[in-house]
Design a protein around this ligand. Structure first.
Ligand SMILES: Cc1cc2nc3c(=O)[nH]c(=O)nc-3n(C[C@H](O)[C@H](O)[C@H](O)COP(=O)(O)OP(=O)(O)OC[C@H]3O[C@@H](n4cnc5c(N)ncnc54)[C@H](O)[C@@H]3O)c2cc1C
Length: 376
C-alpha cells in the first residue's frame, strides 16, 4: 500500500479541512455532548460526511474506506465531537447493512445518519461481559412476536437511545454460542426501563437496561433466529475495526498537549524519555492502522488488527494522562475549572475495559493475528 494520499484523497482531505474550519466552532467543541452533538451531527449529515462508506441508496456517500480513515483522522485532529450516533454509525448500521433485511435497511439506515434515531448496544449483562456467550436475557416466541425479559448493563447512550441492538437467548435449552438471537428493539416500547450509572468521572454515560415482557416483532430479528452469535461478531469487528485512525489521531493530539505541558513545566530526563517512547509507539501503531485499512479495502470486513490499535491506544492513553498528572504535581489534585488532565486520566480507566478488555484483546491478537494456539 502507498501510504501517501492519492491526488483524489488529498483533494477530499483539503475540502474536509476547510469545511471543519468553517463549521466547527469553539461552542460546539466545548458544548455538552447531547445538545451540541445533535447540531453537529446534523451538520455532518447535511454536508454528506455521515456514513461515508454506506451505500448511496441508504443515504451514504458510497465512498472508499480510505475516505472514512481520512475523515476520522481529521475530526480527531480538530478535536471535533463525535457524531451523536456513535453506536448507530459504527456498529448498528454496518451490522444492518451486512445482515439486515431490505425493510430493516430502508427503515433505519437513513435515520441513523440524520440522528433521528440514536442507538445503544445491549450486549453486556451482569454475568456476561468478556464472555458474551453467557448471555441470559431471554426472547420467547409468543403469537408472532418475541417477548424479551432480562437485564443489560454498561449500555452507553441508552438514556438517550431510540433503538437497541440486543443479543438474547431465544432457545432456553441452548448453551454458549448456539441459540442466541439478535434483535432490533424499540427503546420506547412498554417494559423497557433505563437506569443511568455514574462513572468515576462523575458523568453518567452508560446505563442498566431492564426488559420486562417487552414485545418485539419477529421482523426485527437480524439474520436467522438462533444465528445471533455470527451477527454479534460482525458488530464487534466493526466496533474495533474502523476506529484505529480516530484513536491514533486523538492520541497524537493528546501527546502534543503533553509535550507542551512538559515544555511549560519542565520535565526530568526520565519523563522526557517516557514522552519520546510514547511518540515512537504512536508512529508504529499508525502503520498497523494502514494494515487494517488494507484488509478492510480488500474484503469489506475489518480484520483482527483493529484489536492491536485499540489495545495500544487505550493503554497509551492511561500512561500519557498519568505522565501529565506527574508534570502538574500537586496541582493535579485541584478540582477547579474542570481539570482537563484529571478528567482524561479518570475517563481513560474505562478505555481498557470497553470494546474488549486488554486481556481479551491480547488473546485475540495471539490467536487470530499471530496464529498462536488457543488459550483454552
Ligand atoms: C465506558 C464503558 C462503556 C461500555 N459500553 C458498553 C455498551 O454500550 N454496551 C455493552 O454491551 N457493553 C458496554 N460496556 C461493557 C464492556 O463491554 C464490558 O465491561 C467488557 O466486555 C468486560 O466485561 P465485564 O465488565 O463483565 O468484565 P469480565 O468479563 O467479568 O472481566 C473481568 C476481568 O477478567 C478478565 N478476563 C475475562 N475473561 C478473560 C479471559 N478469557 N482471559 C483473560 N482474562 C479474562 C478481564 O480482562 C477483566 O480484567 C462498556 C464498558 C465501559 C467501561
Amino acid at each position: 500500500m502507498d501510504l501517501r494520499d492519492t491526488p483524489e484523497e488529498a483533494a477530499f482531505r483539503a475540502q474536509l479541512r476547510s469545511w471543519i474550519g468553517e463549521n466547527l466552532t469553539d461552542e460546539i467543541r466545548r458544548g455538552r455532548f447531547e445538545e451540541a452533538g445533535r447540531d453537529w451531527s446534523r451538520k455532518l449529515h447535511e454536508a454528506g460526511y455521515a456514513g461515508l462508506t454506506w451505500p448511496k441508496e441508504y443515504g451514504g456517500a458510497g465512498a472508499p474506506y480510505s475516505h472514512q480513515a481520512i475523515f476520522l483522522e481529521e475530526m480527531a485532529r480538530a478535536e471535533a465531537p463525535p457524531h451523536l450516533g456513535v453506536i448507530g454509525l459504527g456498529m448498528a448500521g454496518p451490522t444492518i447493512i451486512a445482515h439486515g433485511t431490505e425493510e430493516q435497511k430502508a427503515r433505519h439506515l437513513e435515520k441513523i445518519l440524520s440522528t433521528e434515531e440514536i442507538w445503544c448496544q445491549g450486549f453486556s449483562e451482569p454475568g456476561a461481559g468478556s464472555d458474551l456467550s453467557a448471555v441470559r436475557t431471554t426472547a420467547r416466541r409468543e403469537n408472532g412476536h418475541f417477548v424479551v425479559d432480562g437485564q443489560k448493563v454498561w449500555s452507553s447512550f441508552a438514556h438517550i437511545a431510540d433503538w437497541c441492538i440486543l443479543v438474547t437467548r431465544s432457545d432456553p435449552e441452548s448453551e454458549r454460542h448456539a441459540g442466541l438471537t439478535y434483535l432490533l428493539v424499540d427503546m420506547h416500547a412498554p417494559g423497557v426501563e433505563v437506569r443511568p450509572l455514574r462513572q468515576i468521572t462523575g458523568e453518567a454515560e452508560f446505563n442498566e437496561i431492564f426488559f420486562t415482557r417487552v414485545e418485539v416483532p419477529v421482523e426485527n430479528v437480524v439474520a436467522e433466529i438462533g444465528g445471533g452469535w455470527q451477527v454479534a461478531m460482525t458488530t464487534l469487528l466493526h466496533e474495533r475495526g474502523t476506529l484505529g485512525f480516530a484513536l491514533t489521531a486523538g492520541l497524537e493530539s493528546q501527546i502534543r498537549k503533553l509535550i507542551a505541558l512538559a515544555k511549560e513545566r519542565g520535565a526530568t530526563p526520565v519523563q522526557r524519555d517516557a514522552i519520546a517512547r510514547e511518540w515512537i509507539g504512536l508512529q508504529a501503531v499508525r502503520y498497523t492502522n494502514y494494515r487494517s485499512l488494507t484488509t478492510l479495502m480488500k474484503t469489506g470486513i475489518p480484520g483482527p488488527q483493529g484489536s492491536g490499535a485499540k489495545l495500544w491506544w487505550s493503554e497509551a492513553n492511561q500512561r500519557v494522562t498519568k505522565l501529565a498528572l506527574e508534570l502538574l504535581g500537586p496541582e493535579a489534585q485541584v478540582l477547579e475549572n474542570g481539570n482537563y488532565w484529571q478528567h482524561q486520566q479518570l475517563r481513560s480507566r474505562g478505555n481498557t475495559i470497553e470494546a474488549g478488555t486488554s486481556e481479551i484483546l491480547r488473546n485475540i491478537i495471539a490467536e487470530r493475528v499471530l496464529g498462536l494456539p488457543r488459550s483454552r
